[in-house]
Design a protein around this ligand. Structure first.
Ligand code: GCW
Length: 683
């Protein structure tokens, strides 16, 4: 049976407690009504049937029997339930209150949203409490999402493939058409909204020929169907667009952002889109990046390009999300002055303040490309007068491709907690992207999805934790990685303590394990070119992408210091600048990102660099063996489909880890001639 795998964290496992049902859920009053409230009612029906074997009576009026009340705060007499309206001034439009109260002489639970979206999120909060076995007595909860934009980017192509997708084919497209399987999209919307995601771009940022047509009247009716489904779950639809559209689907000969015909073309195009999708979110744009068209062809800059679209979208309150993943991907390996890590800052910092206020820059968390460990992009903190969203990658392109286990929340947390010092101590990334540090008009977080049409959505069942964790973390960045993983395990696998403990260990150790057997000390890459799975130490070393380790017989690492290197460290604020720049203070885990050192350089841990490489690679493999041992303990506690799915993947991971260990160790042993102190087997 694959039901458990498919349902992810919305299991609604049987709760053997009829008393609870009678007490709280027998009679629901949905006082407010809207499309979203209709979805809430559907979800409650489904959940209660599944948990208690029966659905509630549902009415619009509150009466004596009512035990559960759903309403927006204007639709109910708050004072009757001991609530003061002022608390709704403390929360934003998507926030909510959950409160136990009296309805006459009966107990009742109130789910009160600032808007209907709040009711939806409150409902999922309540369902989580039920499933994790928390008490439902004396509830008094106030929640409000910290980030305004909580977005997912699909990298789906219309032929059904997914760029960097590791869980099957697209659920949105097949055979160059929009899918007719709207049920699956609805279930995706349920999953996303249950963790608070409120925006999605539904096609790849690389917008190829067919996808360029998504904004034409041929495909817009079908895009509108998707938007209809997502809207019912509080999710806004965005499209990635091709900057050269005026040429490719219009009849212009230029896409120059300052050309009047081009401006006119986009205005009309946007009007047309809003006729089909009145609440369309806007555009996501990858321009002048990895050979995609952009304003550079016309000697214009990114502000010209983004503002062109911003102006067209403004009358409809649409926004432009303009990606900062811009760098020279045709570098010569002999050229030591060009540094890909510098690129986003060098391109966008000078444009700070030049963007319209419905333009948002989307910045990857690190300066390179989603490696196992990178410093935080120095662009965070450097843009004081420009809206921005942070981009994470849930799909595990460089992190084991959902064959290897890698729970990403701990990594994301480090990024969000990083202090940029841009306005003195406490200028953390999370306060930049939540809009508070620079009082940004719009801001938030976006992330590349990890789902496809595999029955369990994510290929590796435990990779579901990353999608869940992403939503929970960006709702509230102060949650601990471990709180999130525990909650996910309980919702996904139940409340058995052994299950919780073992999986929790596995998840929380997994990022460090992956780092150990791949590329510790911050150097990254060393992967097979193109598909990016498995080791290939020199795979990118002599290619044009600007991703080097510079290993020679004496040492390894990239000198990014101000004195002798690329000067990248100078893009940070003090004291980060000095901290990364100095060999003495640069943290071990990022050493090789910032410095080129001899293999015999001693780390703060006391090991030499080369010995650390040997040790961590041997250790990484042992740790994967431990993961397998932990998982095997759970054989009779987990349904067979999910048990075997994970076991299979763990075995692939072990094979991969051994390959990494052996290739990396051999490579560096041969390069350096320095043997392993412990004399272990190196090929
Ligand atoms: O590094 C690259 C990925 C590409 C991706 C690109 C991007 C969508 O390997 O597959 O293209 O990042 O973020 O634009």
């Amino acid at each position: 049976d694959v039901k458990e795998a498919y349902n992810c964290w919305l299991q609604y496992r049987k709760v053997d407690n009829d008393k609870l049902f009678q007490l709280y859920f027998k009679s629901v009053a949905a006082v407010s009504n809207s499309l979203i409230i209709q979805s809430v009612i559907q979800e409650l029906e489904l959940a209660f049937h599944s948990m208690y074997g029966k659905g509630p009576d549902i009415s619009q009026q509150i009466h004596e029997q009512t035990t559960l009340i759903l309403a927006t705060y204007q639709d109910i007499k708050l004072a009757d339930y001991g609530l003061n309206g002022d608390i709704f001034q403390e929360i934003n439009d998507e926030g909510y209150v959950i409160k136990s109260s009296k309805n006459g002489d009966k107990e009742a639970i109130l789910l009160i949203g600032k808007t209907d979206k709040g009711v939806l999120y409150a409902t999922h909060h309540l369902l989580r409490l039920i499933q994790t076995g928390e008490t439902l007595k004396e509830l008094n909860i106030l929640e409000s999402p910290r980030n305004k934009i909580r977005m997912i980017n699909q990298w789906d192509n219309m032929n059904g493939s997914i760029e960097r997708g590791y869980a099957g084919k697209s659920i949105f497209y097949e055979n160059n058409k929009i899918t007719s399987n709207m049920e699956r999209i609805k279930d995706y919307a349920r999953l996303l909204s249950s963790v608070g995601v409120n925006a999605i771009s539904i096609n790849n940022v690389n917008v190829w020929k067919v996808e360029t047509n998504l904004i034409t009247n041929v495909l817009l009716p079908d895009v509108a169907k998707i938007a209809d489904i997502l809207r019912a779950y509080g999710i806004k639809t965005f499209l990635s667009i091709n900057f050269a559209s005026p040429i490719e689907i219009g009849d212009l000969t230029t896409a120059d952002p300052l050309d009047n015909d081009v401006k006119q073309w986009w205005k009309q195009k946007v009007e047309e889109i809003y006729r089909y999708i009145p609440d369309f979110g806007g555009f996501v744009v990858k321009a002048d990046s990895e050979h995609r068209p952009g304003p550079f062809s016309y000697n214009r800059n990114h502000a010209d390009g983004a503002n062109l679209l911003g102006e067209a979208l403004q009358p409809f309150n649409g926004i432009v999300i303009w990606r900062c993943f811009v760098y020279n991907c045709m570098q010569d390996w002999r050229d030591r002055s060009t540094d890909r890590a510098r690129a986003a800052y060098d391109h966008f910092k000078p444009l700070d303040g030049h963007f319209l206020d419905n333009v948002i820059l989307q910045i990857k968390n690190g300066p390179m490309d989603f490696q196992v460990r990178e410093p935080v992009s120095p662009l965070f903190g450097a843009l004081e007068s420009t809206n921005q969203v942070l981009e994470f990658q849930i799909t595990q392109e460089y992190l084991g491709q959902q064959r290897d286990l890698c729970y990403l929340v701990p990594m994301w947390k480090e990024v969000l907690e990083f202090d940029t010092y841009s306005k003195g101590a406490g200028s953390t990334v999370k306060t930049i992207v939540d809009g508070s540090l620079f009082s940004s008009k719009i801001s938030g977080i976006a992330s590349v999805s990890n789902i496809g049409n595999d029955v369990n959505w994510t290929g590796h069942t435990l990779a579901q934790a990353n999608l869940f964790g992403y939503g929970r973390l960006i709702w509230n960045p102060d949650l601990a990685a471990e709180e999130i993983s525990r909650e996910w395990i309980q919702l996904t696998f139940g409340n058995d303590e052994t299950v919780i403990e073992q999986i929790n260990h596995m998840l929380l150790d997994s990022w460090g394990i992956y780092e150990n057997y791949t590329t510790p000390l911050g150097i990254g890459w060393m992967v097979n070119p193109n598909h990016h799975y498995g080791p290939n130490v020199d795979g990118y070393e002599y290619s044009r992408w600007g991703t080097y380790h510079f290993a020679d017989r004496d040492g390894i690492g990239v000198d990014r210091t101000m004195e002798t290197g690329t000067g990248y460290t100078g893009q940070y604020f003090s004291p980060n600048k000095e901290m990364f720049n100095s060999l003495d203070t640069c943290p071990d885990e990022l050493l090789l990102f910032f410095h080129h050192v001899p293999y015999t350089h001693t780390l703060k841990s006391g090991e030499t660099v080369i010995q650390h490489y040997y040790n961590s690679h041997f250790k990484g493999v042992e740790q994967v063996e431990e993961l397998i041992a932990r998982w095997i303990l759970l054989e009779d506690k987990i349904d067979s489909y999910r048990f075997h799915n994970v076991l299979e993947r763990l075995k692939m991971q072990l094979k991969n880890a051994k390959e990494w260990r052996d290739q990396v160790n051999t490579y560096f042993y041969r390069k350096s001639g320095i043997p392993d102190e412990k004399n272990r087997k190196i090929y």
